[in-house]
Design a protein around this ligand. Structure first.
Ligand code: GUN
Ligand code: ZN
Length: 440
């Protein structure tokens, strides 16, 4: 049995601040100890030498230990095109994205990018993500091979797209189904890897392909389904013109059996009350991607509307990189706060931390394993450093309480504020070690 111990300030979300008073939703140990056994959290206690039971203790005196961050929506083949200038969604896809993704026909290229991508996630403190690969099955192999080497809990899948894209990026309803099925057999449930059926979005999938995706998802219980929903107004108009018989964008997915538990819809910026209600009652999740929505000028996600008490919709936080502009969930929360401001709402540090951890885990139906620091959960952890830059250190010294400290960290923090990342109890990333990653 492998046993280890970590000491530091511990924060973990125990309740949903959208539904309970934010201050009460955070569990806080100013000086705590986490005992880890075989990749899982065995015990969480206030620090005392006796509590360490004679184990060597890794101590982070300026560290805040949190559950590892969860990124509910991200495209790994877009790592090389972050910050592509000047366009809105549909032109951005044609001009930049569909060019960059063609390179993933080459597995060597996919391996190179998967390596960088996964390290960037870990450097940002993200331990679980729902990841879009490209249309090429080898891009999925490259990603899961890399994730398996780190033992990260990842959700990923081959993009399905059989129309309205360059020929080189199109599969067919039949080939997309067969290739995805083979990938499910190869990867789903292998170690900590989860497969996700991934129709890109309704405009890039024919009715036959959406139907095949629905069939594939229902034939493989426990797998996920991810796609895009109501990101921009132009996109919504296009969907309604392509599917005139459906009453809404979400209704297209519902019609093809693509709503329900483990469905993750990226964006959901322009949602009606009926859309939110349908997500709530079907158990589908939305993923809020503020840096992307601001970068592409898509609109403002209404987080407090999504989490309305009467019909809360499962809601995660996503970077949506490469339309998103940062791997860091701290920076993503910085933008989420501003989006909430423009909506006339107040996103506290508790709301932010919940979205990036426990809320994300609930959205992904993984809250029995990840998203909080509790005995029995996987020891996927991030150690945040409140003194990582001169400005953060100075500002932090004026923080009056935990909520302010965390809020400042979300406003000023980025990958530099991540001191270490633990995956299933193993410190896979340590900012201050000369070889930062345990796996080369
Ligand atoms: N809609 C369809 N594909 C994409 C994509 O790659 N990024 C974003 N942001 N929206 C999409
Ligand atoms: Zn996306």
């Amino acid at each position: 049995m492998t046993v280890s111990a970590i000491r530091g300030e511990i924060v973990s979300m125990r309740a949903d601040p959208f539904l309970t008073p934010p201050e009460e939703a955070i569990q806080h140990l100013p000086d705590g100890l986490i005992l880890i056994e075989d990749g899982k959290i065995a015990q969480v206690t206030p620090w005392s030498p006796e509590a360490a039971k004679g184990l060597p203790v890794t101590h982070y005196p300026t560290g805040i230990i949190s559950a590892g961050f969860i990124d509910g929506h991200v495209h790994y083949p877009q790592t090389q095109m972050i910050g592509a200038f000047g366009l809105h969604l549909l032109d951005w896809l044609n001009e930049y994205t569909f060019i960059a993704e063609q390179a993933f026909a080459d597995k060597t290229h996919a391996q190179k990018v998967a390596k960088i991508f996964l390290r960037e996630l870990l450097r940002a403190g993200t331990t679980t993500a729902a990841v879009y690969c490209s249309v090429h099955p080898q891009s999925v192999d490259a990603f899961f091979e890399e994730s398996s080497a780190f033992n990260t809990r990842m959700i990923a899948g081959k993009v399905l797209m059989d129309r309205n894209a360059p020929e080189a990026l199109q599969d067919t309803a039949e080939s997309g189904y067969a290739e995805s099925k083979a990938l499910i057999e190869r990867w789903h449930g292998k170690g900590r890897q989860h497969y996700c059926v991934t129709p890109r979005f309704a405009p890039s999938c024919s009715p036959e392909q959406l139907s095949a995706a629905g069939r594939l998802w229902s034939e493989n219980p426990g797998t996920y389904m991810q796609t895009h929903l109501c990101e921009t107004t132009d996109e919504i108009e296009w969907v309604l013109s392509l599917f005139p018989e459906r009453k809404s964008y979400l209704d297209v997915y519902a019609h093809y059996g693509l709503t329900g538990p483990r469905a993750i819809f990226g964006h959901g910026v322009h949602m009606t009350e009926e859309d939110f209600s349908q997500c709530h009652s079907s158990g589908s999740a939305l993923c809020h991607c503020p840096t992307s929505n601001l970068f592409l000028g898509s609109g403002l996600f209404r987080a407090f509307d999504a989490r309305k008490k009467e019909r809360p919709v499962r809601t995660a936080l996503g970077t949506d990189l490469g339309a998103g502009t940062s791997f860091s969930q701290l920076q993503t929360l910085n933008e989420a706060y501003k989006v909430a401001q423009l909506n006339g709402t107040k996103l506290t540090a508790a709301h932010g931390l919940w979205l990036a951890t426990r809320g994300g885990a609930e959205a992904l139906y993984l809250d029995d394993r990840i998203g909080s620091i509790e005995a029995g959960k996987d020891a996927d952890l991030v150690v945040l450093d409140t003194e990582s830059t001169p400005l953060l250190k100075f500002r932090d010294s004026y923080a009056k309480n935990l909520m302010e400290k965390l809020f400042v960290l979300m406003t000023l923090g980025d990958d530099r504020a991540v001191r270490a990342t633990y995956v299933a109890g193993v410190p896979v990333y340590d900012r201050d070690r000369s070889e930062s990653f345990t796996y080369p």
